[in-house]
Ligand binder design. Sequence first.
Ligand code: 5GP
Ligand code: ZN
Length: 113
Amino acid sequence: MSDCIFCKIINGDIPSMKVYEDEHVLAFLDISQVTKGHTLLIPKVHKENIYELTPETASHLFSVAPKIANALKSEFEPIGFNLLNNTGEEAGQSVFHFHMHFIPRYGSGDGFG
Ligand code: 5GP
Ligand code: ZN
């Protein structure tokens, strides 16, 4: 989609700090990290939200999730993670290209939750 920020990141029109990439998905650091290493995982195909994901796309996203968590664990040494998706404005979604947040946790006072 031409006016989608995340499609522009996939196309390289907007720069990003890549954490992981393959044919189907891209993971990159959030521009406004709620904790150190906050990362977004997105499908390369434009799907607005969880309702629109095909089982194949959902399956691929989850199949790479452990790789991303392990890469972030090695790099940032968190003591835990929150994985979350916001679907719908009322749930806090602000970019309407499906994404999963990987939020590394560092203990109370880390700024999230
Ligand atoms: P949502 O609120 O839709 O669940 O999450 C959208 C996320 O995208 C936010 O955490 C926001 O900081 C991030 N974001 C928005 N625009 C950009 C951008 O241009 N680059 C990057 N790396 N992250 C972005
Ligand atoms: Zn998009």
